[in-house]
Design a protein around this ligand. Structure first.
Ligand code: FA5
Length: 335
């Protein structure tokens, strides 16, 4: 048989095989046989390459026609099988794929409520960077280098000397130079500490920082604000609150606020005091560092852990649930 006859036969056989393929496996088998790297098309292309040059001139167009015909037949078979698959009968009695409604993370929920409560009290919502300069996180907050208070807030340091902020108080340092008193501001954001993780401590958590600067501000205003905030956010009627003196270099006097649930089971973590926030009257040195005259203006500030607040609100006894990404837990508190 001549090469021309072989080419014609290849075309007839290949087109017929692709047309006859009844499923994807049969089509693949035919593709390998005719178009594969060791298939008949390759074989005849090689034979064409070895032919005398006058034969090549005559047979070149034939070879091209054969190749085109095979390719078209293969694509047509592919389309035919795909449409058969799409036309498969649909069983309308099968249960549908379940679509779960998403829910907001418990921290996102309280964060939004915090912003609503403070907006309604005339606070402006502000923000600051997670990667912070030593000066803003410590220096301007009356915590100079080598001050022992730094030990309580060890953090993650970057090669460029910056750090992951340890508290939202850093935003106070940033905001004061750009603000003209009187003002009230609130910030909600992530903070980071090099911390041993346990049921009430994480290395990444969320704080709310509020700060007010005005004339004649005193500790009674601070306590009133904290009470308003806690009753709006905790949404429980069995809460006992305790204020005790404490030390933070950026306030004077300083306090810590603890909370416990009077109706909680005596074996529960929440029947005992849980520290929720630090607060106090802004230290004159901090105001001064921010360009605010402390002889005229006073202020108060507080910093609260939102994970702990959400834990108390929902009775969650382990903080690791919050960032553990276990949807079975988080969905229970979703809104
Ligand atoms: C501070 O961070 C101060 N900047 C708070 C402050 C602001 C005081 C303004 C005075 C004026 P402290 O380290 O205590 O303080 O943290 C404040 C709150 O954050 C704690 O009461 C707690 O609710 C939460 N918190 C602290 N460490 C962790 C942690 N490792 N994991 C989860 N929550 C934490």
């Amino acid at each position: 048989m001549s090469l021309r006859d072989d080419l014609e036969l290849l075309k007839t056989d290949g087109v017929a095989a692709f047309a006859a393929a009844g499923d994807a496996a049969a089509l693949e088998e035919a593709r390998i046989r005719f178009l594969g790297s060791n298939g008949r098309e390759k074989e005849l292309t090689k034979a064409f390459g070895a032919a005398a040059s006058e034969d090549k001139r005559a047979l070149g167009p034939v070879l091209n026609q054969v190749k085109t015909a095979l390719k078209e037949a293969f694509i047509a078979a592919q389309d035919r099988l795909a449409s058969v698959e799409n036309d498969a009968p649909i069983d309308l009695t099968l249960p549908g794929a379940e679509r779960r409604r998403g829910s907001r993370h418990p921290i996102s929920q309280v964060a939004q409520e915090v912003e609503e409560v403070f907006s309604s009290m005339g606070y402006e919502i502000v923000d600051g960077p997670h990667v912070e300069m030593d000066e803003f996180n410590f220096g301007r907050l009356n915590i100079p280098e080598n001050h022992p208070a730094r030990d309580h807030q060890d953090t993650f340091w970057l090669d460029n000397g910056k750090l992951l902020r340890t508290h939202t108080s850093a935003v106070q340092s940033r905001v004061y130079p750009q603000s003209t008193p009187p003002f009230r501001k609130v910030v909600v954001g992530k903070v980071f500490r090099y911390e041993a993780v346990d049921a009430t401590h994480d290395n990444t958590f969320t704080q709310v920082e509020g700060f007010v600067v005005d004339e004649g501000v005193n500790a009674k205003h601070l306590v009133g604000t904290i009470r308003t905030m806690l009753s709006a956010l905790l949404k429980r009627d069995d809460i006992e609150v305790r204020l005790r003196p404490s030390f933070f270099p950026f306030v004077e006097p300083g306090f810590e606020v603890d909370v416990r649930l009077t109706q909680a089971d005596p074996s529960s973590r929440f029947s005992r005091w849980v520290e929720l926030l630090g607060c106090g009257m802004i230290h004159p040195k901090v105001l001064e560092a921010g360009g605010i005259d402390p002889t005229r203006w006073q202020g108060f500030a507080f910093g609260l852990g939102l994970e702990r607040l959400a834990m108390i609100r929902h009775g969650i006894t382990d903080i690791r649930v919050m960032h553990g990404a276990d949807l079975r837990s988080l969905r229970q508190f979703g809104a």
